[in-house]
Design a protein around this ligand. Structure first.
Ligand code: SF4
Length: 371
């Protein structure tokens, strides 16, 4: 199914047996294909816009509740074009109700997570792009599971629709519009480039083609898959790029982010610079601070030198430890010193708020508990 899985440095899916692909879904289709799809089930092509308005403008995937379709038409749409893709198997609230973490089971039993976070000024959904992950970062719960498979465009977009519906129902505070999306759940989004790029269109394209959200409010994270970063730049969508660097030197990064063997630090930053030049957007450097591993003063200084004169912002992330793992968050004193050194070097830097710590908050932990 995927051309994306053969790139050097990424493990193959755990099972080689060809799995049944997810059923076709409205969100898999672009506007032209939607008109063809309604015609194929014996409905006039103009119905495509109606259906899209329900799905993308009203966040509804329940044809039986739409008053402009007959019962038979609704059944046909449900059966052929809008089958349920995600069923909720667990949800955990924390941060006094401002965070909700959901675990979804997919049609083939694969499990993924998404997280909804309400802040004073925004509501953010963190969504998954793969079931499991093939990158294998040793400090990450998802990385320990390996890759099960890529999510389809529909499975990615459904996480967004459900997050939008939940935000407007007041799931994480007062009812509000979902404002931001971060591709920072399970998986390496750029290893599933084609489907993620389609999903970006559904998120950004104006209704009824898509949800009409601002590209600037979407963050795409990557461990540094250089060819896909360049392809993302070529899409010309001004989404925010977040590069998970975690170390300024190849020697350490080779162990923390194994794909660094294939695309080392200088190549990753060159691709990120190209992204910034093409889109005019500052990119972010994500740096998980791991006690006694990458939090030394000299590494802060080295990172400061590396990022001089680049259009970047650094997010320091206190590591959310996986149970039983030797990897843990830096001492707060070391975190403060790391931050101070970067700022002294003139690098715009903040410490990321870590939501969901009390609910198996490290990426992939809650889903791992359901497998
Ligand atoms: S940190 Fe991200 S890229 Fe690395 S294994 Fe975990 S999900 Fe994959």
């Amino acid at each position: 199914m995927s051309d994306d899985l053969t790139l050097t440095g990424i493990t193959e899916p755990k099972t080689r047996k060809r799995a049944t692909p997810p059923p076709l879904h409205w969100a898999d289709l672009d506007s032209e294909r939607r008109a063809e799809a309604v015609a194929e089930i014996g409905m006039p092509r103009f119905r495509a816009d109606q259906i899209s308005r329900h799905y993308f403008a009203r966040d509804s995937a329940d044809p039986e509740s739409w008053t402009d379709l007959s019962k038979t038409q609704a059944e046909r749409v449900r059966g052929e074009l809008m089958p349920p893709l995600l069923s909720e198997v667990a949800v955990v609230d924390c941060d006094d109700g401002a965070t909700a973490k959901q675990v979804w089971r997919l049609h083939d039993g694969a499990v993924v997570e998404s997280v909804l976070m309400g802040y004073s000024d925004r509501v953010t959904a963190c969504i998954s792009s793969q079931a499991g992950c093939g990158i294998g970062c040793p400090f990450c719960a998802t990385g320990q599971q390996g890759l099960t498979r890529n999510l389809s465009t529909g499975e990615i977009v459904e996480q967004v629709r459900l997050a939008r519906a939940a935000a407007s129902e007041g799931r994480v505070g007062k009812p509000r519009r979902l404002s931001n999306i971060v591709f920072m759940g399970m998986g390496e989004p750029l290893a599933n480039f084609a489907r993620v790029a389609q999903a970006l269109h559904r998120i950004i394209d104006p209704a009824p083609a898509g949800f009409g959200m601002s590209a600037r409010s979407v963050t795409m994270s990557t461990v540094g898959m250089v060819p896909s970063m360049l392809k993302l730049a070529d899409l010309g969508l001004p989404v925010t790029l977040a590069v998970s660097l975690h170390a300024p030197d190849d020697e350490l990064r080779d162990t923390l982010v194994p794909i660094n063997h294939r695309w080392p630090v200088t190549e990753v930053l060159a691709a990120a610079d190209r992204y910034a030049e093409t889109t005019g957007r500052r990119y972010s450097i994500e740096y998980a601070l791991i006690r006694n591993i990458n939090d030394q003063d000299w590494r802060a200084d080295a990172l400061g030198v590396l990022l001089q004169n680049r259009l970047v912002h650094v997010n320091l992330i206190p590591l959310n430890p996986t149970p039983g793992s030797k990897w843990t968050a830096s001492d707060p004193k070391d975190e403060a010193e790391f931050l101070a050194r970067l700022r002294a070097a003139g690098i715009s830097t903040t410490v990321r708020d870590t939501r969901g710590r009390e609910i198996d908050g490290a990426c992939g932990q809650l889903a791992a508990a359901q497998i």
